[in-house]
Design a protein around this ligand. Structure first.
Ligand code: MRU
Length: 356
């Protein structure tokens, strides 16, 4: 693997601080212009980092929350296991309220809480050691899942293909390789020539700021387009597949991802291009029957009116609707690529089979 490729795919976007009482993240809001690392030491700092998208991408926020709650618990001066468990639960609820859509956040916090519950008879010191092992396992498993997803995803495309992606589902959003971008990095590693069209992804520009940055740095042929250019690029015959990540997949295969994803899927259907959703099984929520039950985060209107502009581009009193995610109907999805294989319709059966 070339050094450039390794620098991108093996980036340390989230890690436990050396003192095990803090979490160190790359501040994704400052990319691509500055690479700044932040050290998070308080519950409020972890909450804000997730809420403000300094750390973002479904798997990455799960990893950050796992490390975060462990680092916070290491700071508490509590010897009584019952008092420790109560504070742990309260802190998990607080961190979980930072963003509602990506199920990986609650999934990781539930895993951490499960360690506390299952070891109620042990001392706080013993529980802390087990929590340290659990958050490291969450991270390590994600690295392995991303690698497998990359391999399955790569089996869906061939040398010379064009792939369109939306938002950012690369190493910054996960751990090594990423999900939707994983096959592209792996293809590069194997010497394939792939052409990627990255939607800029309004309003927060994850495609421009993060996806085109990661791909360009890795030496992959990437073309940045505005979201409203996807149709012409598809019509020109430049796209053979769409690869996107996901924040929560319901039991019937409906998949929530960054706002605008469902529009890409509708266009892809029109042009006869297969549309694939790539994500780890930690993003599948079988307790959620369909997309109508996925909570959609609404964000600050200022992200539409004024963020990124030298001066506001709309009157302050103009109404804005700013949902951060939308749901792609399962009927538009050609396959859901997980670390356990590629699920096809009917998803109610193929997704459930992953957990048997
Ligand atoms: O609001 P964001 O930037 O956290 O949204 C991220 C996405 O929609 C990603 O596509 C998704 O989390 C998958 S990341 C592997």
């Amino acid at each position: 693997m070339s050094d450039e490729l390794k620098q991108v795919t093996h980036i340390d976007n989230v890690r436990l601080g050396d003192d095990e009482k803090s979490v160190v993240i790359i501040d994704q809001t400052q990319l691509p212009n500055r690479t700044v690392y932040l050290t998070l030491r308080t519950a409020q700092e972890v909450y804000d980092a997730i809420k403000l998208l300094q750390v973002r991408g479904a798997p990455a926020i799960g990893i950050c929350a796992g490390y975060g709650i462990y680092a916070l618990a290491r700071q508490w001066d509590l010897d009584d296991p019952a008092a420790f468990a109560a504070k742990f639960h309260e802190t998990a609820e607080y961190l979980n309220s930072s963003r509602p859509t990506a199920v990986n956040l609650s999934w990781a916090l539930k895993r951490m809480e499960g360690v506390v519950t299952a070891n109620a008879g042990k001392s706080v010191a013993e529980i802390l050691d087990l929590l340290g092992a659990e958050c490291r396992a969450i991270h390590q498993e994600d690295i392995e899942m991303c690698r497998k997803i990359s391999e399955y995803g790569l089996s869906l495309i061939k040398d010379g293909d064009g792939v369109l992606t939306h938002c950012n589902a690369g190493p910054l959003a996960t751990s090594r390789y990423g999900t939707a971008l994983g096959p592209l990095f792996l293809g590069k590693e194997k010497g394939m020539n792939l052409h990627v069209f990255a939607d800029e992804t309004r309003p927060l520009l994850q495609g421009a700021r993060l996806t085109s940055y990661e791909l360009q740095k890795a030496g992959i042929d990437v073309t940045l387009i505005c979201d409203n250019m996807a149709s012409i690029v598809m019509k020109n015959g430049w796209v053979q597949a769409c690869f996107v990540g996901c924040d929560r997949i319901a039991a019937n295969g409906d998949a929530a991802n960054k706002i605008g994803t469902s529009g890409v899927a509708i266009l892809a259907k029109h042009y006869g291009i297969p549309f694939y959703v790539l994500g780890p099984t930690s993003t599948i929520d079988l307790s959620c029957p369909d997309g109508d039950h996925i909570p959609i985060e609404l964000r600050d209107p200022s992200e539409i009116r004024e963020k990124w502009y030298a001066e506001p581009m709309a009157l302050p009193e103009v109404k804005c609707y700013n949902p951060a995610f939308d749901v792609t109907d399962h009927s538009l999805i050609a396959g859901i690529v997980t670390e356990k294989g590629i699920c096809r319709a009917p998803y109610t059966e193929s997704l459930a089979a992953l957990f048997r």
